[in-house]
Design a protein around this ligand. Structure first.
Ligand code: ZN
Ligand code: ZN
Length: 337
């Protein structure tokens, strides 16, 4: 067997430290592809996985926002050849047979696998990946620019679509990180009034510079957005904070929609009377549709969407995760290989 040596950002055990380790990969098996990674973004969900009590696989290579070049294909792989460019998202394989798969909502497939969670991820110089999970990435985009679109961009787009807003409507984005800064650009592109709430003054400054109609501290966002706008049509919570959910709820106008995206293992509480009497819709939004991802790539190719990227090397991955935990990354941190 021809082993490929790779360096990868590995979580050794549940709640363990992330370290950069050498690994040996075999050859791609039937239906699999060997990718040489060009870039991989670092997502808050990597921290979520790193903090879970139990891991489905360990040791586990993290990362689910990867852009790579096909190096070799296994038996039976159609549609991918050596030299092709491919993207990895959080969504790995799906069953293709359940009601969600049949409806084109594969991301809700109960049998799905996920990169950097149940499958080895993309924070690795090389990766062996089921071909069925790969997405096409436009050649016009640089790898470091395209990587953040595969999770942050895709998820932000999905959440905005789920909010079902019309031109001129107002949307409040809670959390101005990897998803938030892309969601702001998309909201403006859609002709929405875009408001941003965050706990960091620095990030609020970045949001203002990015064209937010208003940027407010998250702790007072509910009251402020009621006062200034009479409440917003939708509030999207991109950060894993139950306190942000409370503020987002308070910021809604009657018949408004609360969209929950950020992941935490905690529970959240909402006022029952207001939910009912104001006719509020509360919904979760996970990744996006295939069309959402295509839309994101189109927007990026057309110049309407550009990730603000902090570029790092693979050796920096553990430190980058720490900085992300502390909310110190502006935009998206991307590992460039
Ligand atoms: Zn992610
Ligand atoms: Zn399925």
């Amino acid at each position: 067997m021809n082993a490929t040596k790779t360096l990868a950002a590995v979580l050794g055990q549940a709640r363990g430290a992330v370290t950069v380790e050498p690994l040996y990969l075999g050859e791609p098996g039937p239906g699999e592809v060997l990718l040489r990674m060009e870039a991989c973004g670092v997502c808050h969900s990597d921290l979520f996985v790193a903090g879970l009590e139990k891991l489905p696989v360990s040791p586990l290579t993290l990362g689910h926002e990867g852009i790579g070049i096909v190096q070799a294909v296994g038996a039976g792989v159609a549609g991918w050849a050596s030299g092709d460019r491919a993207g990895m998202t959080f969504l790995g394989t799906t069953c293709g047979a359940c009601e969600w798969c049949a409806a084109g909502r594969e991301r809700f497939c109960p049998k799905q696998t996920n990169f950097g969670y149940t499958l080895q991820g993309a924070l690795s110089e090389f990766a062996i990946v089921p071909a069925a999970a790969l997405v096409r990435v436009p050649a016009a985009l640089a790898a470091v620019a395209a990587a953040p679109l595969c999770c942050a961009g895709w998820t932000a787009r999905g959440a905005l679509r789920e909010a079902a807003l019309a031109r001129g409507d107002s949307v409040a984005l809670f959390g101005f990180g990897g998803l938030g800064h892309l969601a702001l650009q998309m909201a403006r592109h859609q002709g929405l009034r875009a408001l941003v709430a965050d706990v960091s003054d620095e990030k609020l400054e970045q949001a203002r510079a990015g064209g937010a109609d208003l940027a407010v501290r998250a702790e007072e966002a509910g009251k402020k957005l009621q006062k200034e706008f009479g409440g917003v049509h939708a509030a999207i919570v991109l950060t894993p904070s139950p306190a942000a959910i409370q503020q987002a709820f308070r910021a809604l106008r009657r018949n408004g929609t609360l969209v929950l995206v950020g992941l935490a293992t905690s529970v959240y509480e909402l006022p029952l009377v207001d939910t009912v009497l104001k006719g509020v819709t509360v919904r979760g939004s996970y990744l996006g549709s295939r069309q959402d991802l295509a839309d994101v790539f189109d927007m990026a190719c057309g110049g309407a969407l550009r990730a603000h990227v902090e570029k790092y090397g693979l050796a920096d991955a553990p430190a980058v995760l720490e900085r992300l935990r502390r909310g110190e990354i502006a935009g998206r941190a991307v590992i460039s290989f």
